[in-house]
Design a protein. Structure first.
Length: 72
């Protein structure tokens, strides 16, 4: 995607803000939300793998499926 970016500068020419078209902003937000969900899922998988390792080492108790489903 090519961005039509406009920069707002102060009197000294230092960039202070960026303006992009709404359609491009909406696309960025959509992509961000997808990435955020992906990171959440991958983090959950990572946590689960650590728990499995601890269970195998006997440092954490196994949990039943019903216990897992009723977890809050």
């Amino acid at each position: 995607m090519t961005f039509n970016i406009e920069y707002i500068t102060d009197a000294k020419g230092k960039q202070k803000s960026v303006v992009i078209p709404q359609k491009q902003w909406d696309a960025l937000l959509t992509d961000y939300e997808k990435l955020k969900k992906k990171v959440e899922v991958l983090g959950g998988i990572g946590s689960a793998l650590k728990e499995v390792t601890l269970i195998k080492k006997g440092k954490l108790r196994k949990q039943t499926l019903s216990g897992f489903l009723n977890e809050q």
